[in-house]
Design a binder for this molecule. Structure first.
Ligand SMILES: NC(=O)c1ccc[n+]([C@@H]2O[C@H](COP(=O)([O-])OP(=O)(O)OC[C@H]3O[C@@H](n4cnc5c(N)ncnc54)[C@H](OP(=O)(O)O)[C@@H]3O)[C@@H](O)[C@H]2O)c1
Length: 255
């Protein structure tokens, strides 16, 4: 199979890190970007999980100079990017009547505009090569509303729209784009939810985890490797026609 250069934003933990592991196993050259990617502790934990060295460099997707500089560094070190996984993401819970502008702007900037900036930076390389795959990690929150998650829902709905527009613009150039929308996935991002439920219900964290698992029709929490398996297939040559779609990994849940 062809070895390609893959960029994964937010690849230091959770879903992004699982995608890195899957793409490395396919033989691809992986570059990971995140704000704290230069931190020694982050680097050793990533190395422990991946079992190999990858290009791991600081990236802030809200900053165009950082995005463009990161992509240029990848091109220099590994060659033109053919795969982009936009996994960088954040969430804050807030009710609309009490929502700060900062919490709104942060989530739109990272979850939606960050993916736009990354897409803009890599597309010229993909167009030149006549081949590209862009997987945007969205969420079931992009299709269903939930109290306390307005900005997150809006950012993920926007990301699904961006994915479809990218797919249509990219198709004549051999570039495919999908949104991958999981329900809850057991990652560091979920720690906040465990804490919130534990505090609100006065129960231990283990019990809070069981509440989330029990709220899912499959009675379990989706694992990062399940999301990575879909991204891996999408990036394979078998998935030629797979584009312009939002695929949920929802374990039976709407949210
Ligand atoms: N976990 C879930 O239940 C779930 C469900 C559906 C969708 N998702 C989505 O899946 C994606 C990955 O989530 P996760 O659960 O794996 O979260 P995670 O473990 O918290 O990882 C988030 C990653 O994003 C990076 N990041 C955050 N802000 C960034 C920025 N401005 N620029 C560059 N990198 C940034 C973080 O590193 P730094 O902090 O060092 O920047 C980290 O590597 C997110 O888009 C999330 O919304 C998660």
């Amino acid at each position: 199979m062809t070895t390609r250069t893959a960029i994964i934003t937010g690849g230091t933990t959770g879903i992004g890190l699982a995608c890195a592991k899957a793409l490395i196993a396919r033989g691809h050259d992986v570059a990971i970007g995140a704000r704290r990617a230069g931190d020694g502790a982050v680097q050793s934990s990533v190395r422990d999980v991946l079992g190999t060295e990858v290009l791991l460099a600081a990236l802030d997707v809200v900053d165009r100079a950082s995005v463009d500089g990161f992509v240029a560094r990848v091109v220099d070190a590994l060659g033109a990017p053919a795969i982009l996984v936009n996994a960088a993401g954040i969430y804050h819970e807030a009710f609309l009547h009490d929502h700060s502008d900062a919490a709104w702007d942060d989530q739109i900037e990272v979850n939606l505009s960050g993916a736009f900036r990354m897409t803009r930076a890599v597309m010229p390389h993909m167009i030149a090569a006549g081949w590209g795959r862009i997987a945007n990690i969205a969420s079931t929150a992009g299709s269903k509303g939930e109290r306390g998650y307005a900005a997150y829902c809006a950012s993920k709905a926007g990301l699904i729209g961006l994915s479809k527009a990218t797919a249509v613009e990219g198709a004549p150039h051999g570039i495919s784009c999908i949104a991958v929308s999981p329900t809850w996935v057991e990652t560091p991002m979920m720690e906040n939810a465990f804490d919130r439920i534990a505090t609100a219900q006065g129960i231990p964290r283990d019990a809070a985890r069981a509440v989330i698992a029990g709220s899912n029709p499959q009675g379990r929490i989706v694992q990062p490797a399940e999301v990575a398996a879909l991204v891996d297939f999408f990036c394979s040559d078998s998935a030629l026609g797979l584009t312009n779609v939002d695929i949920q990994i929802n374990a039976g849940a709407d949210w």
